[in-house]
Write a protein that binds this ligand. Structure first.
Ligand SMILES: [Zn+2]
Length: 273
């Protein structure tokens, strides 16, 4: 209360000075104060967007609004800060891998995000200068808990899956719901090789999505798709069955959906990258 009163007094004092000056000498400079939108307005705008898709109508609030309602945005769009502070500097991260095998895929995955976001978010790092390191990992306790994993500033790819000739058949079988047999013809072999390449590109793109603060999605056409999700602080609802989306399976196309891209644009506003 006291502070407010003093502010009013000083405003009156300055006004009194201003009135004594000739009009031409008065320069009014409004203080730059970003307004925080009322909670009801934020919620109502969020409710009007498609499921898990922060379209442009919820991407033009002030930074104080994103700060104030951070947990609401997190929960409504399955996002959260997942990278350590300093991984992104002025909206860029430097990504490095010592593996020439992984580098091929990583380069494509970085381009996938950079192209969609319209800037070089992921830059190629060196062994001396990087903020995200990409390498091989074990795949968890039983070796097949994950294909890729992102944590704080490290990205791992399951080494045994990556080097297995049959693993891609298992994944294709799981996605199609049919038994997928080994390639018999040259055409089949080429098709499987293509699936293999896209699968690992998509896996790294997915993990880079985590670095940007994107959690999982139930939509199969999202790069951030996961088979299941548990409702939490940054997950809107639980799921155990996939949602078809546009019918494609991003895990085999390495194509970002509009939802993926809009969520990444939102996490930038939330300050996660
Ligand atoms: Zn994931």
């Amino acid at each position: 209360m006291m502070k407010h009163k003093r502010l009013v007094t000083s405003l009156l004092t300055s006004l009194a000075i201003v009135t004594t000056l000739p009009i031409s000498a008065t320069v009014f400079q409004a203080p730059v104060v970003a307004k925080t939108t009322a909670k009801a307005t934020v919620i109502s705008k969020i409710k009007k967007t498609p499921d898990l898709n922060p379209t442009s109508s919820v991407r033009s609030f002030s930074s104080s609004t994103y700060q104030r309602y951070q947990s609401t945005f997190n929960k409504e769009y399955n996002v959260d800060q997942m990278s350590l502070t300093g991984v992104f500097r002025q909206h860029h991260a430097w990504v490095y891998t010592a593996s020439p095998q992984l580098r091929k895929y990583l380069t494509v995955s970085m381009k996938t995000w950079n192209h969609a976001l319209g800037s070089a978010v992921f830059k190629t790092g060196t062994s001396h200068h990087y903020t995200i390191r990409v390498g091989f990992g074990t795949g968890g306790k039983d070796g097949s808990l994950w294909d890729g994993l992102y944590k704080t500033n490290k990205l791992w790819i399951n080494k045994s899956h990556f080097y297995s000739n049959d693993y891609i058949l298992t994944v294709l079988g799981a996605v199609s719901g049919r038994k997928v047999t080994k390639a018999k013809t040259a055409a089949d072999k080429a098709a499987y090789q293509n699936y293999y390449r896209k699968f690992w590109e998509a896996t790294i793109t997915h993990e880079l999505g985590h670095s940007l603060g994107l959690d999982h999605s139930p939509y199969q056409d999202d790069i951030m798709y996961a088979q299941s999700g548990e409702r939490s602080g940054s997950i809107k609802y639980s799921w155990t069955t996939a949602k078809k989306g546009n019918g494609t399976f991003a895990g085999f196309t390495n194509v970002l959906s509009e939802r993926d891209v809009n969520r990444a644009k939102l996490t930038k506003l939330l300050g996660y990258w």
